[in-house]
Design a binder for this molecule. Structure first.
Ligand SMILES: NC(=O)c1ccc[n+]([C@@H]2O[C@H](COP(=O)([O-])OP(=O)(O)OC[C@H]3O[C@@H](n4cnc5c(N)ncnc54)[C@H](O)[C@@H]3O)[C@@H](O)[C@H]2O)c1
Ligand SMILES: O=C[C@H](O)CS(=O)(=O)O
Length: 489
């Protein structure tokens, strides 16, 4: 895999330091900018415009102006343009992965996987564009037909997080365009370049001006305009539950469609009869992907008495082998956290666990590599009163809780207001169906630790959100159903 520098990426035209509105690359009206740092070195890699409501309104107006023509394109035309966007990504995976690692910090191999996953989501919805069908329903009237059509909702507002800065947007932009909607995107200020990349991709693929718009700036101001402007007919948000609830409230007065992909607190249950090696390898993948900064990362390991010691020992042995470093360095498996505030939160969870009787088997402190690094950590004897049992740690910390009966394990797993992902490991078929039915989450990995794929519906229940992204369900939230009662026949 080739590693590219910031200047290589900028010179090639992938790293854009302007906003994309109505097909033009522009600065903030007042010229304000915001510095973007490399999380590993904490050095500035570039700037972005710091826009507010005025520029956001202009982007919404551009999206509205483009909507009628775009919604009248054929499914084949939309599929072709989305397919071109996906292919451009696939043809430039290495340089785009370097841009992702540069702004987000994840190991380069993971960044490349994320770019590929994003291309796969775009390709998936390129194909789904051709399957947005209507219905003819048998009429109760002899002289009438009942027709049902599915129509694009209109202008979409999309706001996304920093942990998967490309793929999170792919499963918003692609279904929106496939449905015939236009869109205004606000990426995270910590990782804006993978969001602004969608302006580059749209321009390169030939997507008409105004269909895709990307603005960067004050979340509250941009979000305020997106949620309160009546021209915006849908908000799709991925981020914290706190912000999601805020946007949910702000959208009420203009009655928008909402998709909310929010926080998690995933449990993993390891039953006595689990395949130990399979459980450990999947626990590693599911816990430490993106240095634990993933909404579907295991936050709590519940390990049954009979396998507890063996699992704790084997997991610790494997985590000890993980290489920590700059995401660009060969063989690195754990990169920096996004910033020092993230490290402080992880440290607070670990210190709280230790103060309440947690036993650190590995790690447990900041890494010597720098202020944004934390040692991969395994804590045994975790208890429900610890912060790590209730809050999303969002870092490289595996907390091991012990349980005795199946019901205790399930009850502990469900003892959270979140319900995004959950995992369990067993070879017992009857238990598999019992526990899968009992767990309160939108997605469950059974003998599997990484489950995200475009073919499957991604999303949560309870405080983890509403709606689904990916799968054949992912485009539904961008469509209105219209019923035609056709009489006089
Ligand atoms: N369910 C999922 O699919 C999923 C995926 C990735 C991340 N997440 C969650 O996202 C969180 C981490 O991401 P984050 O730190 O970027 O989340 P965040 O909620 O702090 O920020 C997300 C986005 O919202 C914007 N924002 C912040 N305040 C806003 C406001 N008042 N109005 C409008 N927009 C505002 C931010 O600028 C950013 O673009 C974690 O909780 C994680 O679980 C969920
Ligand atoms: O942070 C959560 C994302 O959804 C990651 S992924 O979709 O599982 O790749």
């Amino acid at each position: 895999m080739t590693v590219y520098t910031r200047d290589d990426i900028k010179a090639a035209g992938w790293l854009r330091e302007e906003n994309y509105i109505g097909g033009a690359w522009v600065a903030a009206d007042d010229g304000r900018t915001y510095g973007v740092d490399d999380p590993a070195t904490e050095t500035q890699i570039g700037t972005i415009p710091w826009v507010g409501r005025t520029e956001t309104k202009r982007a919404i107006d551009a999206a509205q102006a483009a909507f009628t023509a775009w919604s009248m394109t054929t499914a084949g035309e939309r599929a072709g343009l989305l397919g071109r966007m996906a292919q451009i990504v696939r043809d430039n995976l290495d340089i785009l992965a370097s841009m992702l690692t540069l702004e987000q910090g994840k190991p380069l191999a993971e960044a490349r996987n994320e770019m590929k996953l994003g291309a796969d989501y775009i390709q998936w919805f390129a194909e789904e564009a051709r399957r947005i069908n209507g219905e003819i329903i048998p009429s109760p009237w002899k002289d009438r037909q009942i027709l049902v059509t599915r129509e694009p909702v209109g202008v979409v507002g999309a706001i996304s997080p920093w942990n998967f800065p490309f793929s999170m947007l792919s499963r918003k932009i692609a279904p929106a365009l496939a449905a015939g909607c236009t869109i205004v995107i606000k990426p995270s200020e910590f990782t804006p370049y993978c969001g602004l990349l969608y302006g580059v991709l749209a321009g390169m693929a030939g997507v008409p001006a105004g269909v895709v718009n990307v603005v960067t700036g004050d979340g509250a101001a941009v979000g305020g305009e997106l949620t309160q402007n009546p021209l915006v007919r849908k908000i799709t948000f991925t981020g914290s539950t706190r912000v999601g609830k805020l946007l949910y409230k702000q959208s009420a007065d203009t009655m928008k469609k909402l998709s909310m992909e929010l926080g998690g607190n995933a449990p993993t249950i390891i039953f006595d009869d689990a395949d130990l090696e399979l459980a450990v390898e999947n626990a590693i993948a599911g816990k430490f992907r993106n240095t634990g900064q993933t909404c579907v990362c295991t936050n709590r390991f519940y390990v049954q008495d009979g396998i507890y010691d063996a699992f704790a020992a084997r997991l610790t042995e494997r985590v000890r082998q993980m290489k920590v470093g700059n995401g660009f360095d060969a063989g690195v498996e754990q990169g920096p956290l996004i910033n020092q505030a993230a490290v402080a939160k992880v440290e607070a969870h670990v210190q709280d666990a230790k103060a309440k009787g947690g036993r650190v088997l590995l790690g447990g402190k900041r890494h010597a590599l720098g202020a944004t690094f934390y040692e991969p950590t395994v804590i045994a004897d975790a208890t429900p009163d610890m912060l790590i049992a209730h809050e999303e740690t969002f870092g490289p910390v595996a907390a091991l809780f012990r349980f005795t009966t199946e019901q205790e394990g399930v009850d502990a797993a469900n003892a959270t207001e979140f319900g995004l992902a959950a995992y369990f490991f067993t070879k017992d078929l009857a238990r598999t169906f019992r526990v899968a039915r009992a767990i309160q989450s939108g997605m469950i990995g059974i003998n599997a630790g990484v489950i995200t794929t475009p073919e499957a519906p991604f999303g949560g229940v309870k405080d983890s959100g509403i709606g689904r992204e990916g799968s054949t369900h992912g485009v539904e939230d961008y469509l209105n159903i219209k019923y035609l009662s056709l009489g006089g026949l």
